[in-house]
Design a protein around this ligand. Structure first.
Ligand SMILES: *Cc1c(COP(=O)(O)O)cnc(C)c1O
Length: 399
């Protein structure tokens, strides 16, 4: 029998804070009444700074991040349109598969799982596209399968330096709300999020923000859409509701989690994620393990994918943590299955939870036969946290 707190270190769903949980315990209500409109309005306004947008229009769809991927494609493009994307992990691969399945012509840049979106190569392909055949560039901001963050400002620069007019679609499902995301400043045309990651709510909402250019593209696009009709949903939101029955409880939860994010302050939230991630990475390095992310420059501040040593099955590490220590780590996805496990560090999280994650990882790795020194990871992370507390004004970029 498992006792005590169950520890959840997967990159979504993340831990839902107690006040957010309580905020969702509400009686059913009329979603066409003014009090619902008020909640929706508060949520939409609260999301804007999290997406880094003033100009973008935000829509919520029942569903998950995958639904928001689909809504992005089906509301802006036409069958046979050419799109360009990098494939460097499970999520970018799945999004590419979806684009193909929906009848787009997908030009893929394959790079190693553990590398970020290759901005230079992207720029080369855009520069070679003399006739502007590429209608959109898809980028996965934070590859949750590998723990790699890509440079969206760099992608924008690549587009601009070629004077290329392709739309820029960014999957921010595991970044938005946890690390800086600047939709307007980066010229993102569709930004995609979901309720269950940095936004600290249960799964159930795909969230989209559309730029004015994306809105214009909607008029020209001819892919079929019905449930995921973005224009219809934006109009319904404007009128204070949804096109159909919304998951009202989730909106109550989202309102509460946005209140938390804004009360802490987004800059503080981002700094906390960076500090905690730095501690986790220091711990992993002190255990003699390597991350899937090939360089710390682009290592994600929301999730760390850790390679197990040769001969150690990551699935066994995960099973030991789960069955013996009531702790859930993320698995290795796709080709990383058995080779890596993931510690998520996003959402409602603090130093103590990160030390727990490292401590349990040490126990599970040791039990699975990995040559780790118990306590080494925890100690390294403690030093990071102690230093950060002693010098709160200093950035801890020097890992
Ligand atoms: C979680 C995730 C998704 C979407 O997953 P859903 O299960 O559909 O919410 C998409 N992209 C990234 C980067 C993710 O981390």
């Amino acid at each position: 029998m498992l006792t005590g707190t169950a520890h959840l270190f997967i990159p979504g769903p993340t831990n839902v804070p107690a006040d957010v949980q309580r905020a969702m315990i509400v009686p059913m209500q009329d979603h066409r009444a003014p009090d619902f409109a008020l909640i929706l309005q508060t949520v939409l306004e609260g999301l804007k700074p999290v997406f880094g947008t003033r100009e973008g229009r935000i829509a919520l769809f029942p569903g998950s991040g995958t639904a928001a991927w689909e809504a992005t494609i089906t509301n802006t493009l036409c069958a046979g349109d050419k799109v360009l994307m990098a494939r460097h992990g499970q999520f970018s691969a799945l999004w590419a598969d979806m684009a193909q399945a929906m009848g787009l012509q997908v030009e893929i840049i394959d790079v190693a799982w553990g590398a970020p979106c290759p901005v230079r190569e992207l720029e080369r392909r855009l520069g070679a596209d003399r006739h502007g055949e590429i209608k959109a560039v898809f980028v996965t901001h934070n590859e949750t399968s590998t723990g790699v963050t890509s440079d969206i400002a760099g992608v924008r620069h690549a587009l601009d330096s070629c004077f290329h007019e392709a739309l820029l679609f960014v999957d921010g499902v595991s970044s938005i709300g946890s690390i800086p995301f600047e939709m307007d400043a980066w010229g993102v045309d569709m930004a995609i999020a979901a309720s269950q990651k940095g936004l600290m709510c249960p799964a159930g909402l795909g969230i989209l923000a559309a730029s004015p250019r994306a809105m214009a593209a909607m008029d020209a696009s001819t892919l079929p859409r019905s449930f995921l009709n973005l224009r219809a949903m934006l109009a319904a939101h404007q009128a204070g509701s949804f096109c159909f029955t919304p998951p009202a409880q989730l909106l109550h939860g989202l309102r509460a989690s946005l209140m938390r994010l804004h009360a802490e302050g987004l800059e503080t939230v981002f700094a906390r994620h960076h500090r905690l991630a730095t501690g986790i990475r220091a711990g992993v390095a002190a255990l003699g393990l390597s991350t899937v992310a090939e360089h710390r420059i682009f290592a994600s501040d929301t999730v760390t994918a850790i390679r197990t040593p040769q001969g150690i099955d990551a699935r066994e590490v995960i099973a030991i943590a789960r069955d013996r220590y009531n702790t859930q780590f993320g698995g290795g996805l796709g080709p990383l299955a058995g080779k890596a496990f993931r510690i998520a560090h996003l959402g409602d999280l603090n130093e103590g939870m990160c030390l727990t994650a490292l401590g349990i990882a040490e126990l599970a790795l040791k039990a699975a036969g990995a040559p780790v020194t118990l306590g080494a990871g925890i100690t390294a992370a403690q030093h990071v946290f102690a230093d950060a507390a002693a010098q709160p004004a200093l950035s801890i970029a020097a890992e």
